[in-house]
Design a protein around this ligand. Structure first.
Ligand SMILES: NC(=O)c1ccc[n+]([C@@H]2O[C@H](COP(=O)([O-])OP(=O)(O)OC[C@H]3O[C@@H](n4cnc5c(N)ncnc54)[C@H](O)[C@@H]3O)[C@@H](O)[C@H]2O)c1
Length: 362
């Protein structure tokens, strides 16, 4: 078992990482929550695989628990779904002293987390992330949100869970596409903060080899994220480093209406493009972009930017809520494991973007 204690202004919370942890989840929850009622919010796919097991384990230790099952996929991060969830919470007479468990990937974690942060002005939350992306990223740090028709994650809050329970064995049922998507974020942690992790990832022979050590890798990633969010809980400084590859990645996702590329794929292309730009600007060691390209290829992630005009990327970047004002923050790496924030003025961005596109689409 790996344990991490995350320090937050609203109180510290633990992250537990252990293969097979889900089967004793009732015991784990009992150690940190002495109430009676729990609403388990999950999606249809996760429910099919793990819903009954979780409810049975909670029951075994005396909890009264209910399941709220939403449709799988990003469309459930909506106000429509949220209203249905609030409605069920009222039906089950969940009150301020009760608890919500978010059992699922980033979609369920974000939506159920937002429900927990707002229902009756906030009730306790436990995250049980079930995708690689959720285990290394979205379940840690307290960001919860839903989408609006005009954009992703536009309504949300910072709301820390009481605990995060991570069972890496659950990744065995995750399909390759979503697994690789999460690997995009794992690679990101190596690139921004941990050279050793990065080169370790380069050396796994195959997925089975990687899976043998995935608990340790998840621990490393969560530790990096916890260290960053502890010094910048509200995302105004250091936490921006986690956006390496994301500024261009979000722009690509948005330009193609979130249909053509998954988040991990878009971030992968963004990581390569921004590293190429860093080299161009003389701020990144030459050869770093080749290392990024090699690792992305290894995990079946794209690196080459799609056919897209620089004006379109810039328009999409401007639309991103994190880029308001004269200068945009880009995350560059000096070398693998060594990242920094670079402010680039709007007037220079077009020029740079054309350079990036020239270097990454040919
Ligand atoms: N809050 C944050 O800090 C943060 C950070 C990054 C991403 N996000 C959000 O995360 C979301 C994406 O999360 P995601 O990639 O986990 O997608 P997801 O939650 O849609 O899960 C992907 C798919 O995998 C299925 N699934 C989940 N666990 C499974 C398992 N163990 N076995 C088999 N199938 C399983 C789900 O049903 C779904 O179909 C986005 O909405 C994004 O905005 C949030």
């Amino acid at each position: 078992m790996y344990n991490i204690e995350v320090k937050a202004t609203s109180g510290n919370y633990p992250i537990y990482i252990k293969n097979g942890l889900l089967k004793d989840i009732g015991e784990g929850v009992k150690n940190i929550y002495n109430g009676k009622k729990i609403a388990v919010i999950t999606d249809a796919n996760v429910n099919e695989l793990y819903g009954a097991k979780v409810i049975a384990s909670l029951k075994e230790v005396g909890f009264e628990s209910f399941k709220i099952v939403v449709k799988a996929g990003e469309e459930s991060k909506s106000f429509g779904t949220l209203l249905e969830v609030y409605d069920k919470l009222l039906d089950y007479k969940i009150n301020r002293g009760d608890m919500i468990i978010a059992l699922g990937g980033g979609v369920v974690g974000d939506m159920a987390g937002f429900a927990a942060s707002t229902f009756l002005r906030g009730i306790s939350l436990i995250q049980i992330p079930t995708t690689l992306l959720a285990q290394v990223d979205s379940s840690v740090g307290g960001k919860v949100a839903v989408d609006l028709p005009r954009g992703k994650n536009l309504v949300g809050s910072f709301y820390m869970p009481k605990a995060v329970f991570i069972d890496p064995m659950l990744l065995r049922t995750l399909n390759d596409k979503f697994f690789n998507d999460g690997m995009g974020e794992v690679i990101k942690y190596g690139a921004i903060k941990d050279k050793e992790l990065f080169y370790k990832l380069m050396n796994y022979e195959n997925k089975e080899d990687l899976l043998k050590e995935i608990d340790r890798i998840i621990y490393t990633c969560c530790t990096i994220k916890a260290n960053i969010v502890e010094v910048d809980e509200k995302d105004t400084g250091e936490r921006m480093l986690l956006n390496y590859g994301h500024t261009i990645g979000h722009a690509i996702e948005q330009f193609f209406n979130f249909t053509k590329y998954s988040h991990g794929e878009a971030v992968a292309m963004g990581m390569y493009a921004i590293t190429k730009l860093g080299e161009e600007l003389g701020k990144t060691e030459i050869g770093t972009s080749i290392a990024i390209k090699d690792i992305l290829k290894r995990y079946n992630l794209p690196w080459r930017l799609p056919e897209i005009k620089s004006e379109d990327i810039i328009r999409a970047i401007r639309h991103d809520k994190k880029n308001i004002g004269e200068a945009m923050n880009f995350i560059l790496i000096k070398s693998i494991g060594n990242s920094f924030i670079e402010k680039i003025n709007e007037d220079k961005i077009n020029d740079y973007m054309q350079k990036i596109l020239k270097k990454t689409t040919i």
